[in-house]
Design a protein around this ligand. Sequence first.
Ligand SMILES: Cc1cc2nc3c(=O)[nH]c(=O)nc-3n(C[C@H](O)[C@H](O)[C@H](O)COP(=O)(O)O)c2cc1C
Length: 336
Amino acid sequence: MSALFSPLKLRDTEFPNRVWVSPMCQYMATDGHVGPWHSAHLGALATGAPGMIMVEATGVTPQGRISIGCPSIEDDAHAMSFKPMIDFAHSLNVKMGIQLAHAGRKASTMRPWDDHRMASTQEGGWQAVSSSATAFEGYPIPRELTTDEIKVITEHFATAAARAVKVGFDVIEIHAAHGYLMHQFYSPLMNHRTDEYGGSFENRIRFLLETTQAVRNAIPQTTPLLVRISATDWADNGWNLIDSIELCTQLKSLGVDQVPSVIGPDRCQTKLPSPLRLSHPHRSQHPHSRSRPHHRTRTSRTHHRHRRSRCSLLSACNAPQSTMGTYGFRETQSPN
Ligand SMILES: Cc1cc2nc3c(=O)[nH]c(=O)nc-3n(C[C@H](O)[C@H](O)[C@H](O)COP(=O)(O)O)c2cc1C
């Protein structure tokens, strides 16, 4: 049997195979609750019998969501909305993970196919927060978090993780990639703080380490914990691979089982090494791309769906995200 289709054990959880579905935003939640769309989406994926499905970025609070259409797991009612999908996946021996997220300064958007980007208060939008009061390109200036607020968000991650395990999720992942809140702290390009959460490498990773520790403490020892990071900003003076390796070492010591790594530069103008740039002729079509054409022109949902499937293909051949793979900490992770 090939390694891909052989079982994998992380802590007490055995995955029937190593084909895992990456988290994919759907923008189809209602007030943070998942419903029929997600039943169909996740259910269809489950019928393919992957070893695990990682549910999309899910806000630990309503303000942690990326868009007004993203799910959240802010309370038990929101957690329960995932239960039918979890039960269905389990009936097919498919494990379910959830990616716990806070979008920080990239929050409070409309859905990608809406005709404008930012959600107003009337549309359900909110004031975004970040490590520093500097905006993501084209977005409003976020409010800088106080140290007390940082600690509260850490608690939100921990309670959300406990809630997720209670409702039946098998794996917890902290979303620390793609320019979202955790990345906004560890990247020197986005973090301009002068307190204990900014400046030195140790200070910039403090929020992620404290959150990881709190989440690890909040879930059973038997539950695998993953942290998804952006392995490099691919920019001068940005976060780099050496930083990531040091971070991984520290995450491992806190009980993290895997660090799925992507390369999600926060800025789309980032200069990729030229062989990789060749694979990006349509970079602006990625749903997380800054210069999203659908934000300017998309009105047809059908057209968007079509584009979304193309985005998956583009992402699949997107060298920055694909070539880095996963830092596996456990021997069983090695594909031999
Ligand atoms: C429509 C769509 C939505 C995505 N949503 C998320 C997400 O919620 N969280 C995340 O970490 N990555 C997200 N991604 C990135 C994917 O998880 C994945 O990393 C990317 O498609 C590359 O595929 P690979 O990991 O199989 O190489 C999304 C990608 C697509 C195409």
